[in-house]
Design a protein around this ligand. Structure first.
Ligand SMILES: Nc1nc2c(c(=O)[nH]1)N[C@H]1C(S)=C(S)[C@@H](COP(=O)(O)O)O[C@H]1N2
Ligand SMILES: [Mo]
Length: 220
């Protein structure tokens, strides 16, 4: 997949673009109180909803690849065995979807982005990453967010391989940003100088997406 791949227009795409235009779900609160766990405008769910553009690619681990490109000392094209041989870590985190559901205490296993960064060594000019997935989805974020301690390239959830509908065999989880930044079926991480909007960011959503600041939509 390349940056040129355009996922198909769906009803969800149209609806969410309209929400962005209307500023839907904004409460106006921006400061995170010390004792609060639920970001403003969110509600708690116990199940785990599936949200995507409606194309859930079937990726066999035999043909899976993760390409690391752009401004790094050591570009990589990892196959499944090589990826699974990287140091394995666990993380426990909450998820916050911009459609207002949040889910607490998700147990992930996989490779932390920090361990991946140790392998590829971003160059000084790398300021952002662009993530590309097998369904053509893209999303962008500052390198500092990608490199956060909680961010993980996850292959297991609650001790089981992540199912296809939730982005298996591997998805990114960046829990301190809205969940649209957590690319499912991730296949490419491009280190860039400067920021570029991904799919939802081109459709009215925020370039950063911090749920505690309610960065749901772009300002203009
Ligand atoms: N590849 C890909 N990743 C994606 C999406 C997508 O459409 N394609 N949707 C994003 C959005 S908007 C959300 S809310 C979460 C949903 O993840 P889930 O289906 O596992 O809950 O995935 C994000 N990652
Ligand atoms: Mo979402």
């Amino acid at each position: 997949m390349t940056d040129d791949a355009h996922p198909p227009e769906t009803k969800l795409t149209t609806t969410k673009r309209r929400w962005a235009a209307d500023g839907k779900f904004l409460t106006g609160r921006i400061v995170r109180p010390e004792d609060e766990r639920l970001p403003p405008g969110q509600h708690l769910v116990k199940d785990w909803p599936v949200l995507d553009l409606g194309q859930q690619p079937i990726i066999r681990t035999e043909s899976w690849r993760l390409d690391i490109t752009g401004h790094v000392e050591h570009p990589l094209s990892l196959d499944w065995a090589t990826f699974k041989a990287l140091p394995q870590s666990h993380r426990l985190s909450d998820m916050h979807c911009v459609t207002t559901w949040s889910r607490y205490d998700n147990r992930w296993q996989g490779v932390t982005t920090r361990d991946l960064l140790d392998q590829v060594m971003p160059k000084a000019e790398a300021s952002h990453v662009m993530l590309t997935s097998y369904d053509g989805y893209t999303t962008n974020m500052p390198l500092a967010d990608f490199a956060s301690e909680d961010a993980i390239l996850a292959t297991e959830w609650e001790g089981q391989p992540i199912g296809r509908t939730h982005g298996g065999p591997m998805r990114l989880v960046v829990p301190h940003l809205y969940l649209w930044k957590s690319a499912k079926w991730l296949t490419r991480i491009d280190f860039r100088e400067g920021d570029m909007p991904g799919f939802w960011e081109r459709n009215g959503y925020h370039m950063r997406g911090d749920p505690w600041r309610e960065e749901r939509y772009s300002d203009d």
